[in-house]
Design a protein around this ligand. Structure first.
Ligand SMILES: *Cc1c(COP(=O)(O)O)cnc(C)c1O
Length: 415
């Protein structure tokens, strides 16, 4: 037997070192649909607890919205359960093409191709398009799946300091002679909740003849006047050459992603992108429901408006109570605690008060920048948020961190 004591010990040792470093991840099991209130069993064997959920990507509250669930039932009845194929063999139904068209119209692009996930879109797009003569210049805080996609491509790579436009310009000058130059960024950054400066990035792209790639997973559906995304917020719709985004967050939260952008770029993905060619099509039930989601959010901005009202209440509430938050325009609201241990203790106090939020610390965020990341949803009732805010304030008092400067918190807890 090849898998013997030596192998087992080797892996056990690695797991132990993860535990020792205090970064061992344990799943908390949810026994209800995803929503602003969820029933969680944690630790294993304990009673189910109802919690206010402050950490899902269910921005528009569509993950278990009755209309979306109903649409999924209709999809199941009319198009079946699975397709047992990749897209280009026998995995494309009418509803897949409809969804691509709706995404194209919504995002204001020329064409769209669906992928099994946004991770797959990012994994496939650079390798399909770029060669050794090209360069990818990425913001240093882009999502891990973009980093992976860049690794798979043959093009040269470079980075610029997070949202530092002078640094980006220097890099564009440095790579002036390359065949294609692609500026790569997230639209909304998931850990800080800030937006990429797409107005400046577009200007620089024009000045240096570069392409712009934006992963708008944390913005599609709710950022910008009509919720089209970060490009709408900065009034550069039509100027972003490649947008990737996910169906797994605001747009119903099931799964799936896409590359949307210039016609030829999307067509090359259809010919060459490996996750499109070699991984299964998105299930009909998801595609059918996602079509319905696109209709819902194109028809009314009600959910988006409620989300922004909730975000406004939450940001003002935390700041008024004396917490340090990362300022911004998005429903991602990081409550800064700086110390890793403190972020863990704070999160478990929240849990015992019936609030579900997670403490993030190195290596997920830079050292000394530990935080509780809270996320708002259109499905939050004002009473949920009032209760959550009360809990935050109570725990903030207990740890004596309210109305304290960053320096004072670090002096007390270290970082
Ligand atoms: C969540 C996320 C992804 C991954 O999306 P999936 O569809 O779940 O694979 C990719 N990029 C960014 C920026 C994300 O936030």
């Amino acid at each position: 037997m090849a898998y013997g004591k030596i192998e087992r010990d080797l892996f056990k040792e690695e797991l132990n070192s993860i535990k020792k470093a205090g970064i061992f991840k344990e799943e908390r099991i949810i026994h209800t649909p995803q929503n602003s209130k969820i029933g969680v069993v944690f630790p294993k064997g304990s009673a189910q607890k109802e919690l206010i959920n402050m950490c899902s990507n269910n921005y528009l509250g569509l993950s278990s919205h009755p209309d979306v669930v109903q649409a999924a039932h209709r999809g199941l009845d009319s198009r079946g359960y699975g397709l047992s194929s990749v897209r280009f063999i026998c995995g494309t139904q009418d509803i897949h093409k409809q969804l691509e068209d709706k995404l194209t119209r919504f995002l204001g692009t020329e064409d769209t191709i669906l992928f099994p996930s946004c991770l797959d879109a990012n994994a496939g797009v650079f390798e399909a398009l770029l060669s050794e003569e090209d360069v990818m210049i990425a913001d240093r805080l882009v999502h891990a799946s973009i980093v992976d996609g860049m690794r798979l491509a043959r093009a040269q790579t470079d980075t610029f300091k997070h949202s530092d436009m002078n640094h980006l310009e220097k890099k564009l000058q440095l790579h002036r002679d390359k065949r294609l130059k692609v500026i790569i960024t997230d639209g909304a950054f998931s850990m800080d909740g800030d937006l990429a400066k797409l107005d400046r990035i577009s200007q620089l792209a024009e000045a240096y003849q570069a392409l712009v790639f934006v992963d708008d997973s944390h913005a599609t559906g709710f950022i910008g006047k009509n919720g089209r995304g970060t490009h709408e917020y900065f009034e550069v719709v039509g100027k972003i050459d490649i947008i990737t985004t996910t169906l797994g967050k605001a747009l119903g939260g099931a799964s799936g992603g896409c590359v949307s952008g210039r016609r030829e770029i999307v067509e090359i993905c259809r010919q060459k992108a490996r996750p499109y060619l070699f991984s299964n099509t998105i299930a009909p039930v998801i595609v059918y429901a996602a079509n319905h989601v696109m209709d819902m959010i194109s028809k009314t901005s009600e959910a988006k408006d409620r989300l922004h009202k909730n975000t406004d209440f939450w940001r003002k509430g935390l700041q008024g109570a004396g917490f340090i938050i990362k300022e911004g325009q998005t429903p991602i609201v990081p409550v800064m605690l700086f110390n890793a241990r403190l972020s863990q203790d704070f999160a478990s106090e929240l849990y015992s008060q019936g609030i579900y939020a997670i403490g993030f610390f190195f290596p997920v965020v830079p050292r000394g920048q530990a935080r509780i990341r809270t996320q708002l949803s259109a499905s939050h009732q004002m009473t949920d948020l009032e209760r959550a805010l009360d809990a935050f304030v109570k725990i903030g008092k207990k740890f004596d961190i309210l109305f304290k400067s960053k320096q004072e918190v670090i002096e007390k807890y270290g970082n």
